[in-house]
Design a protein around this ligand. Structure first.
Ligand code: HEC
Ligand code: HEC
Ligand code: HEC
Ligand code: HEC
Ligand code: HEC
Ligand code: HEC
Ligand code: HEC
Ligand code: HEC
Ligand code: HEC
Length: 353
């Protein structure tokens, strides 16, 4: 009877139209009250075959304050629960329970659901990893609130399982700007890894793409000007031997699997610091050690001779600067001469006929 009452509504929901808010006398509010006449009891629970106890209580106020509170009734998610007593549902563990119920999100958030199918997390779920998250592990079920407000909430969500990474990140130049100054320009976990189609260094090619990730901000003049940072870092990286090798490898023209130096190899990843900080791996005093990870024989001369992100200028590197200027003059001169010689030659042939 309840189901036939709700059927037209369910059809409307399936096409993602936001349902009308539940006013006190609406069928939704009545349905919620009906369900809560049993599930409103905070003591209600069930013992699963695994021996785990599962609470069956739902808090009315918490649900009302959630993003769905004024939009959905219970049966919008629990489509099979209209019969009372409920049809038997044989769950052995708490995890079985969650895995079965989270599928309810798919009906209205289909695009998001599809994205999660491509994630490292879903791959782990498919392997039977009970620690890997599905929708409700990150968002909750009856207590869902906006996941990105405040923005620090995003890293807090990931921190539940990636505590080590999150603590490191919080101390980095990016993490500090976010937590201490609520800075919206710096990247948080999902800017680099995404939130639903989550990817990481084990995905083929992902690590090699990472300079583009950094470049999405560090090549932006308008953003970097605010912090007095140079956008040359991208241009010089790509022109440098390290960046060159990385882009060749990405195009499949260099030997696969060869070591290349990416931004994160010199600067770190979750522990990026300001370039002039004591702990910075790119500070002059620490730079040699950073190079030695891949150039074991390198000496002090090696790292100090390198121009890092500088374009050669007369002050920084007079010799290279001079050679460059030399080329800038010499090459057009030589090519021009060559073209002139060919033209003169052709003219000669024509005149001689
Ligand atoms: C008369 C009391 C009663 C009412 C009313 C009631 N339930 Fe239940 N519900 C139970 C009991 C008892 C259980 C545990 C045993 C079972 O699964 O039948 C349960 C279990 C559940 C479960 C977990 C079942 C599982 O898969 O193990 C869900 C979800 C649920 N109810 C949703 C609802 C919804 C939605 C409504 C309103 C449409 C509702 N219930 C109305 C008594 C009730
Ligand atoms: C947005 C979808 C959604 C709505 C709306 C919803 N539920 Fe649930 N419910 C879930 C999911 C998902 C789970 C499984 C949660 C988990 O395993 O952590 C769940 C679990 C339950 C359970 C099992 C015990 C528990 O708390 O985990 C009961 C009982 C239940 N819901 C009743 C209700 C009642 C009553 C309402 C209406 C007031 C309601 N639900 C509204 C999605 C929803
Ligand atoms: C019956 C349809 C329906 C189902 C099922 C449903 N949702 Fe929603 N959800 C909505 C609607 C409608 C909104 C409000 C959209 C808006 O405000 O733009 C919403 C909003 C949200 C938001 C907030 C989005 C934001 O921008 O802040 C999250 C997060 C969310 N849902 C997660 C879930 C999860 C997780 C589940 C499964 C447990 C679920 N939803 C099941 C319809 C649904
Ligand atoms: C690993 C944790 C995680 C999982 C799993 C996850 N989400 Fe999210 N979700 C987030 C975060 C964090 C945000 C905040 C926005 C952002 O950073 O992209 C978000 C945002 C959202 C939003 C707001 C709109 C948007 O896309 O930005 C909706 C709706 C949503 N999630 C629904 C779902 C549904 C449905 C599932 C399961 C199919 C799911 N999420 C699985 C972490 C997760
Ligand atoms: C409920 C626990 C849980 C939550 C919450 C969670 N993760 Fe994960 N994450 C896992 C598990 C489990 C794995 C799989 C580890 C493995 O493959 O061995 C994983 C793997 C990853 C990987 C791939 C690691 C690698 O070595 O390739 C990345 C990246 C990642 N998660 C990012 C995130 C981000 C970003 C968030 C927040 C939006 C998040 N995770 C939230 C449990 C979680
Ligand atoms: C600026 C971009 C960026 C941000 C922000 C970021 N990551 Fe990463 N993450 C990376 C890169 C690049 C790697 C690969 C590092 C490598 O292979 O040397 C990585 C690796 C990982 C890994 C797998 C390897 C490991 O160290 O365990 C996990 C898990 C992970 N990140 C989770 C997170 C979480 C959680 C956050 C937020 C607290 C976060 N990341 C923030 C870029 C980022
Ligand atoms: C979403 C934008 C964004 C992304 C993506 C990003 N950054 Fe940043 N980064 C910033 C902003 C903004 C600052 C300045 C923060 C401040 O000074 O408070 C910064 C600061 C830095 C600094 C410190 C510069 C100094 O000496 O003060 C380094 C080094 C750095 N980022 C490297 C990286 C690397 C490497 C990556 C890629 C793995 C990356 N960033 C990805 C926005 C970004
Ligand atoms: C081979 C090591 C190496 C690589 C690869 C590298 N950097 Fe640097 N980076 C440095 C050094 C060394 C400095 C310090 C320059 C100085 O102040 O002398 C630096 C400085 C910086 C700064 C601070 C600039 C400023 O204006 O103060 C940023 C931002 C930065 N790098 C980002 C990047 C990004 C983004 C990439 C990848 C596209 C990258 N770096 C690749 C070594 C490297
Ligand atoms: C993650 C590994 C890695 C790190 C760290 C690294 N390099 Fe390299 N570097 C390479 C590889 C691989 C090559 C050879 C292929 C190429 O040209 O990119 C190379 C080539 C070079 C060359 C070209 C000449 C030669 O010996 O082949 C110079 C100069 C150089 N690196 C300087 C540096 C300096 C200075 C640092 C420290 C600031 C540094 N590298 C850090 C991997 C690295």
């Amino acid at each position: 009877m309840l189901h036939s009452l709700l059927a037209p509504l369910l059809v409307a929901m399936a096409v993602q139209a936001p349902p009308p808010p539940a006013s006190p006398s609406s069928p939704k509010a009545e349905e919620i009250e009906m369900c809560l006449s049993c599930h409103g009891d905070p003591q209600m629970s069930v013992v699963l075959p695994s021996g785990e106890t599962r609470s069956l209580a739902v808090d009315r106020d918490v649900f009302a304050r959630s993003v769905h509170g004024d939009k959905l009734g219970c049966v919008d998610c629990h489509t099979e629960m209209t019969e009372i007593p409920h049809p038997p549902r044989p769950f052995k563990t708490k995890r079985d329970f969650t895995i079965a119920y989270y599928e309810a999100c798919k009906r209205c958030h289909f695009a998001t659901y599809s994205k999660t199918l491509d994630s490292v997390h879903q791959a782990a779920v498919a392997r039977g990893d009970v620690k890997a998250p599905v929708c409700v592990d990150c968002h909750g079920a009856h207590d869902i609130t906006p996941p990105d407000r405040p923005r620090t909430r995003i890293s807090a969500t990931c921190a539940r399982c990636h505590e080590g990474v999150s603590l490191t990140y919080a101390k980095s130049v990016h993490g500090r700007a976010l937590t201490e100054h609520d800075n919206a320009d710096v990247p948080t976990c999902t800017d680099c890894h995404r939130s639903h189609d989550v990817a990481g260094p084990h995905a083929p090619g992902w690590r090699l793409q990472s300079p583009e990730l950094c470049g999405s901000c560090h090549a932006s003049d308008s953003m970097m000007k605010k912090y007095g940072l140079s956008t040359n870092v991208m241009k010089t990286y790509v022109a440098d031997f390290h960046g060159m090798t990385a882009s060749l490898q990405k195009k499949g023209q260099a030997e696969g699997g060869a070591v290349v130096a990416l931004c994160v190899d010199c600067h770190g990843t979750h522990d990026i610091t300001r370039a002039d900080e004591q702990a910075s791996p790119v500070m002059q005093a620490n730079l040699l050690r950073t190079c030695q990870r891949c150039h074991p024989g390198a000496t002090q001369n090696f790292s100090s001779a390198w121009l890092s992100h500088y374009e050669p200028t007369f002050e920084k590197a007079p010799l290279i600067y001079a050679v460059r200027i030399g080329y800038m003059v010499l090459i057009p001169f030589m090519i021009g001469g060559l073209v002139l010689q060919i033209l003169l030659h052709l003219w000669r042939v024509v005149v001689n006929r």
